[in-house]
Design a binder for this molecule. Structure first.
Ligand code: 1CP
Length: 380
């Protein structure tokens, strides 16, 4: 059924088509819920979720994962589904993000890749030459079966709470493939795009294809939105992004365009390329903690819904410092057509889950009309 062209529509019982998630607070903000006067409409409930909300900060995750490797956990539909549900139950967040990893499509294609604890993705053989790229395996659509099964199980439990699917953007995925492991400056792929542009484009096209199809598999199986993570695109200059990367991220988004599911594009350190990231095919821009949301709106215009950008470092600060910061983020997002609260990058593994739960409560309690107003339920 799944194909790599974007002409099929979602099945009739899909949560977006059956209406189960269509009216959720998350999708309303992702779609930009302006009122008739053109001003952004005040949301009935401010939606919030956290990047990396599932995972190492949760004791129930650490217990369940014991003895199972990260990628095996991702490919066990029952386990992946349960891990996806854990933070929704615990924190009352407004969306689930599918528990998986950006390198899952590589593993499904047969590339030798592992997630090494406390390191991250490591490849058996890095992809550095034209012949390495040509030797990359084809990814069969049938390989997505465990993903579809896990997504199906998850959306059944989620009811009206939307599931967000995701994938790695071609640059971020290719960065791991060229370096063979996490790196700080991503010199390998940045050299390749200039020294061997044909090899770079072949590699980035392969990455765009597998990531685009990974997102599509999740959407077809029941996810209501998708996020493309270009976590490391901030290491690129604007010209490099425009000339060597943008078209590949656009190709990844092409796989999921026209399905009616909002598409989010997120990167870190990407303040200088937000407009290019939007024009790659995104409906919503995820903003990291380095720029103010009001500044992002100045750069993108008020019609672009935003997601972000609580600084993860402040999760460890004094509660009143954190609360002031969260209120400022809420206010900063008020000039955009829509705003979904999130962190400015992932939940740190050391984060106290109770602090995250309190942040969700605070966000849900802030008056939709006036983000600076005191929480009425906390008067004492
Ligand atoms: O043993 C473990 O628990 C491994 C830690 C871990 C987890 C929980 C990894 C290894 N991946 C994941 C899950 C994961 N990865 C999710 C789950 C859903 C959720 O948000 O709750 C998501 C969305 C990702 C996406 C991902 N993987 C990104 C993009 C998001 C981001 O944080 O920037 C990236 C860059 C990766 C690569 C990766 N996988 C794992 C690690 C530790 C890393 C980063 C390595 C590095 O620093 O370069």
């Amino acid at each position: 059924m799944a194909s790599s062209t974007a002409e099929t529509t979602l099945p009739a019982d899909h949560p977006l088509r059956s209406g189960r998630t269509a009216d959720s607070a998350l999708l309303n903000q992702y779609r930009g819920s302006r009122d008739s006067s053109g001003a952004p409409a005040a949301p009935s409930r401010r939606p919030v979720w956290f990047m990396r909300q599932a995972g190492r900060s949760l004791p129930e995750y650490r217990r369940l994962r014991e003895g199972t490797s990260m990628l095996d956990a991702c490919l066990d539909p029952e386990m992946a589904s349960e891990i996806t549900m854990q933070p929704v139950r615990r924190h009352d967040v407004d969306a689930a993000i599918f528990f998986s990893d950006i390198v899952i499509p590589l593993r499904l294609a047969g590339v030798d890749v592992e997630i090494v604890p406390n390191v991250g993705p490591v490849l058996g053989s890095p992809v550095r030459s034209r012949s390495d790229v040509e030797a990359l395996p084809e990814l069969d659509d049938d390989a997505f079966a465990p993903i579809a099964e896990a997504v199906g199980r998850t959306v059944e439990q989620l009811g009206s709470t939307p599931l967000i699917g995701f994938a790695g953007a071609p640059f971020t995925l290719a960065a791991y493939m060229v370096e063979g492991r996490p790196s700080r400056d991503h010199l390998g792929p940045r050299t390749m795009m200039h020294a061997e542009p044909d090899t770079w484009h072949a590699l980035a096209s392969w990455a765009a294809d597998v990531s685009g199809r990974f997102m599509r598999a999740q959407l077809e199986a029941g996810a209501s939105a998708a996020q493309l993570f270009d976590s490391w695109a901030g290491s690129l200059g604007r010209t490099d992004y425009a000339d060597h990367v943008h078209q590949h991220s656009a190709a990844a988004f092409d796989h999921v365009a026209g399905l009616g599911a909002p598409l989010v594009h997120f990167g870190t350190g990407t303040g200088e390329i937000l407009d290019l990231m939007r024009s790659a095919g995104a409906d919503v821009l995820g903003i990291d903690y380095r720029i103010e949301l009001s500044e992002a709106t100045r750069r993108l215009g008020p019609e672009t819904p935003l997601q972000g950008n609580i600084d993860p470092a402040l999760l460890d600060a004094d509660p009143s410092v954190l609360e002031d910061h969260v209120r400022r983020v809420v206010e900063g997002g008020s000039g955009a057509a829509g705003h979904v609260l999130n962190l400015g990058h992932g939940v740190p593994p050391s984060a106290d889950p109770e602090v995250l739960t309190r942040v969700v409560e605070l966000i849900h309690s802030i008056s939709p009309a006036d983000p600076t107003a005191e929480d009425p339920s906390a008067e004492s």
